[in-house]
Design a protein around this ligand. Structure first.
Ligand code: HEM
Ligand SMILES: CC(C)=CCC/C(C)=C/CC/C(C)=C/COP(=O)(O)OP(=O)(O)O
Length: 301
């Protein structure tokens, strides 16, 4: 049970507030947002660019804090998350909620003032998607939670692009599709070796509900449309060969690792090496592919 702690007995430590924003996960979210902004075919004033990326960071952090505020009960049941500020009792719920709502609202208002209405609208939608659709509605109900709710994490490059240009275009839509299709292999690879955590907490993640082998097949299956979405910007002539080569090689490596996962029959989480490799690579993959996009568009512009 969460200890009864009140705002008056416990000062909020900035490290705990920072932890509420899931800074390591959000670093990649912010990076994809930055790349979406830098890939846009218009010059962006550095102050506007900085403000837009700050808003994505604050919005993503606020959404992550709302997620932790809402599911402190679940976090308390899982080994991986039980030392977070709320389940560990280092932070009171009211301060966490004020911080989370404050960050989220501030990020949308600032985006509206600094960039444009559409970028602010997409930022608000992605926050609501992560908190409302994924965290509150789907996470405890269906193993498709991360497929549908995962769309929240696919918005940042589109938000960056819209902040720069004021409108949606084909390239940011393909980048959205790429992250959307990347999320299931990214998360399900991890869920295979932390399955018992989710089972103990009663969260219906795919390996808990459908077993290891079904999850492994789904990981491999999603890698195919993900790779197609990755090379599509090049195939459609929206980027140059630097991106094309990077997307092809990185997606080929992703596919190979996913096939190793599909071929594995391991049931001991400690020995699930292909799954751990694929999860780690999924993060490198997204950093590298978005990095290549910016290098390509800048060098060949
Ligand atoms: C619904 C969608 C997603 C789910 C359920 C999910 C779940 C997770 C979990 C449980 C972890 C491991 C532990 C942790 O650090 O908390 C993790 C790690 C990570 N995720 Fe995801 N993720 C999702 C989408 C994304 C997206 C969209 C991005 C970025 C674009 C992302 C980036 C990362 C990164 C960078 C890490 C490594 C963090 C570290 O080193 O500690 N994830 N993800
Ligand atoms: C701009 C904006 C709002 C971006 C949001 C980005 C986003 C939705 C990222 C998803 C990231 C994430 C940490 C999922 C974790 O799932 P979980 O919450 O189930 O993980 P946990 O078990 O570690 O709490």
């Amino acid at each position: 049970m969460t200890p009864a702690i009140t705002a008056s007995t416990l000062p909020a430590d900035w490290r705990d507030l920072l932890a509420l924003t899931k800074p390591r996960v959000m670093s990649l979210v912010v990076f994809t947002g930055l790349c979406g902004l830098l890939a846009a075919p218009v010059p962006v004033h550095p102050v506007l660019g900085f403000a837009a990326i700050l808003c994505i960071a604050l919005g993503a952090g606020g959404a992550a804090a709302l997620n932790q505020w809402y599911e402190a009960d679940l976090d308390a049941k899982m080994k991986r998350t039980r030392n977070r500020p709320l389940p560990a009792g280092r932070l009171d719920r009211q301060s966490a909620l004020h911080f989370a709502v404050g960050l989220s609202v501030f990020s949308v208002i600032l985006m509206d003032l600094a960039a444009n209405h559409l970028a602010a609208l997409w930022l608000a939608i992605s926050i609501l998607f992560y908190v409302g659709v994924y965290t509150v509605w789907l996470k405890r109900r269906t193993p498709q939670n991360i497929v549908i709710g995962g769309a929240a994490g696919a918005f940042p490059p589109l938000i960056g692009w819209v902040a720069a240009t004021g409108h949606v275009d084909l390239l940011p839509m393909l980048l959205f599709a790429l992250i959307f299709l990347w999320t299931p292999p990214h998360f399900w690879a991890l869920s295979l070796f932390v399955r018992s955590d989710y089972a103990n907490a009663g969260v219906p993640m795919l390996p808990v509900v459908a077993g290891f082998q079904h999850t492994r097949r789904q990981v491999a299956l999603y890698t195919l449309p993900m790779s197609a979405a990755a090379v599509a910007p090049w195939a459609l002539g929206l980027t140059g060969p630097i991106y094309g080569v990077a997307a092809t090689l990185l997606s080929g490596a992703f596919l190979l690792l996913a096939l190793q996962v599909a071929a594995s029959r391991e049931t001991d989480p400690a020995a699930m090496r292909p799954e751990r490799r694929l999860f780690a690579f999924s993060i490198i993959y997204l950093f590298a592919i978005f990095g290549a996009l910016v290098v390509d568009r800048w060098l060949l512009a």
